[in-house]
Design a protein around this ligand. Structure first.
Ligand code: COA
Length: 152
């Protein structure tokens, strides 16, 4: 798969938001059985400061994620999802790199995320470091991870 296979973009229309949510629904609600009222929250509302991302492959949505303000200089990455058929292609890494570029442009120095523990290695390979103890969220084990993306 070359990089042109996928078009990663920040969401700027209602259709793109619907497409991003369709990926999240397939991955988190249907596949991982996260309750819908936990998967979608106030950070998805139109008036929130969240930046959403969607990935297209030949006009089909195949990936999604979101980045939101967490604390001064700190952004939080959430809902990183690649549809089953596209996993292992490097798309997850491409999404993370695109989000880090967007985060730098938005002025964040640090990115935080809560990784599902099965994906901890995926984030470690991108330079994220685990902190603290494993905790439960929506019935799934998580661990907090942090990466410095730019020096002040
Ligand atoms: N465990 C260990 N290593 C993993 C991994 C996992 N679960 N997933 C990916 N990796 C590794 C890959 O082997 C690859 O390593 P390499 O650079 O040595 O070749 C690297 O991480 C990048 O993998 P990539 O192909 O970009 O990952 P992906 O496109 O499959 O996306 C997820 C990874 C986690 C986003 C994807 O599996 C997914 O959407 N899972 C379901 C939703 C989910 O759990 N999201 C995470 C919520 S915290």
């Amino acid at each position: 798969m070359n990089q042109q296979t996928y078009q990663i973009q920040s969401v700027s229309s209602a259709k793109e938001m619907t497409d991003a949510l369709s990926v999240r629904k397939a991955v988190f609600i249907e596949e991982q059985e996260v309750p819908a009222d936990i998967e979608m929250d106030e950070h998805d509302e139109a008036n929130s400061k969240t930046t959403h991302f969607v990935v297209y492959k030949e006009e089909q949505p195949v990936g999604a994620s979101r980045l939101r303000p967490y604390a001064p200089g700190v952004g939080k990455i959430e809902r990183v999802a690649v549809t089953k058929s596209e996993r292992g292609t490097g798309l997850g890494r491409q999404i993370m790199i695109a989000m880090e570029e967007a985060a730098r442009a938005e002025g964040y120095q640090t990115l935080k995320l809560n990784a599902q523990t099965h994906a901890q290695r995926f984030y470690e390979k991108l330079g994220y470091e685990a902190h603290g103890d494993v905790f439960d969220d929506a019935g799934i084990e998580h661990i907090a991870m942090v990466k410095t993306i730019s020096e002040k």
